[in-house]
Design a binder for this molecule. Structure first.
Ligand SMILES: O=C(O)C1=C[C@@H](OP(=O)(O)O)[C@@H](O)[C@H](O)C1
Ligand SMILES: C=C(OP(=O)(O)O)C(=O)O
Length: 431
């Protein structure tokens, strides 16, 4: 979608069932694991979006063969069983944190000359903690722009026989994920220690779960250290990607805001994604939630308003943005805490959320790591929302229309990062 804006009419409600696109976090991890593994992997229901496209393209440039089954989101990846065969490449990774951080670690240990770059915003997203960690292993990494940020230039690592590496966990969990995913390339046991409090922990659970499916069982000692054995990745044959739990949050919230009943299919009780716990927060706000093995359903039930909540959202940083919108429909002030990482994502999400929520009439207080949202007596109609090239800002603010006011969303095409078909799917549930 290349339109400058989309006008969403005031909707009376929301109802319906949505099949979710594939999980971004699972898709990009599985692609890298399948690439590094011995054997061929059939990857089913991969997310088709900007973030996975840059990952697929980068793997191709690094010499990994893959093909897509025509007319489907199913892929066959021919694992290389070790390090990348192409020893020189310049990779463009857009604004995909999951691709940038994991490929940085893998390329740094892969014995080649690589340059990794992205869009201007990616060059403002920190990566110093990951670079510091791979350097302990002997990686030769240089900053091409500002120290601590992409783009990065890598020369063949002079691998040292160190048995331990320490990574900081307080800015992004993706650095730890990157080191864990790449560690089996070392061919020896290595202990990865976490320095300081680790944020976004459920994403590391996804990493460990998928590494195990590819034959590498990491020994986890609390959240302090992880022992990665000297075992090579082996393809499990086939992997089916779950629906995206962060994308699910918009449709579940729609059911509550729109006083209807909505259902998402593709994630459920058995999900390995931490963002399914968004449903718990929604239940605390008064919505009725039902879980099946592979679906989640939401309705507001007899409550006519949602309850305000005060919640530590560190475990659900992405879906927590949807809670900030739900706060517009609550009976008091909602506080979302421990979300400092919002400031270094697609945009400064705390600032962006505060600015745009004020446009629809909310009273908002922001701090370094929290946001407090007090709803207006009446939502302002016809607000024009800026989205800051942040897919979640666009998807979040679409929900305001379900509260019975028209809204304009600028640059709706930015949802392509994780959900290119979002607007059609959204129109399908808005009444
Ligand atoms: O590992 C992952 O797949 C992700 C981790 C989270 O980032 P942080 O660890 O930087 O919070 C999350 O926000 C991002 O969308 C996906
Ligand atoms: C933070 C996000 O993305 P990334 O994987 O680029 O960090 C996100 O999708 O909300």
């Amino acid at each position: 979608m290349s339109a400058e804006y989309i006008d969403l009419p005031a909707a009376k409600g929301a109802r319906g069932s949505v099949r979710l696109p594939g999980s971004k976090s699972i898709s990009n991890r599985v692609l890298l694991l399948a690439a590094l593994a011995e054997g061929t992997t059939e990857v089913k229901a991969l997310l088709d979006s900007d973030d996975t496209r840059v990952m697929l393209e980068a793997l191709k440039q690094l010499g990994v063969g893959w093909s897509r089954r025509e007319g489907s989101d199913d892929y066959r990846v021919a694992g290389i069983g070790g390090v990348f065969p192409v020893k020189q490449a310049e990779l463009f990774l857009g604004n995909a944190g999951t691709a940038f951080r994991s490929l940085s670690a893998a390329c740094a240990l892969a014995g080649g000359d690589y340059v990794l770059k992205g869009v201007p915003r990616m060059h403002e997203r920190p990566i110093g903690d990951l670079v510091d960690a791979v350097r302990q292993l002997g990686a030769q990494v240089e900053y091409l722009g500002n120290a601590g940020f992409p783009p990065l230039k890598m020369a063949p690592a002079v691998l040292e026989e160190v048995a331990e590496v320490t990574v900081k966990g307080s800015v992004s969990s993706q650095y730890l994920t990157g080191i864990l995913l790449a560690a089996p390339l070392l061919g020896r046991e290595v202990t990865v220690k976490v320095d300081g409090e680790l944020i976004s922990k459920p994403y590391v659970e996804i990493t460990l779960n998928l590494m195990k499916r590819f034959g590498v069982t990491v020994q986890k000692n609390g959240w302090e250290s992880f022992v990665v054995p000297a075992v090579k990745y082996k393809s499990p044959g086939s992997v089916e990607v779950e629906g995206d739990a962060s994308s699910a949050s918009y449709f579940l919230a729609a059911g509550a805001i729109g006083h209807g009943q909505t259902r998402v299919e593709g994630v459920g009780r058995n999900s390995i994604q931490g963002d399914v716990r968004f449903a718990e927060a929604l239940a605390r706000m008064g919505a009725e939630i039902d879980f099946g093995a592979n679906w989640i359903q939401c309705r507001l039930g007899c409550a006519d308003k949602l309850h305000a909540i005060d919640l530590d959202c560190n475990h659900i940083p992405d879906a927590a943005m949807t809670l900030a919108i739900l706060a517009l429909f609550a009976d008091g002030t909602t506080t979302l805490r421990n979300i400092a990482s919002w400031r270094v994502k697609e945009t400064d999400r705390i600032a962006a959320m505060a600015t745009e929520l004020r446009k629809v009439g909310a009273t908002v207080e922001e701090g370094a790591d929290y946001i407090k949202v007090t709803p207006p007596a009446k939502l302002v109609a016809n607000a024009v929302i800026d989205t800051y090239d942040d897919h979640r800002m666009a998807m979040c603010f679409s929900l305001v229309s379900l509260g019975g006011v028209a809204i304009r969303i600028n640059d709706p095409g930015c949802t392509a990062k994780t959900f290119p078909t979002y607007w059609d799917v959204f129109k399908g549930i808005a009444q």
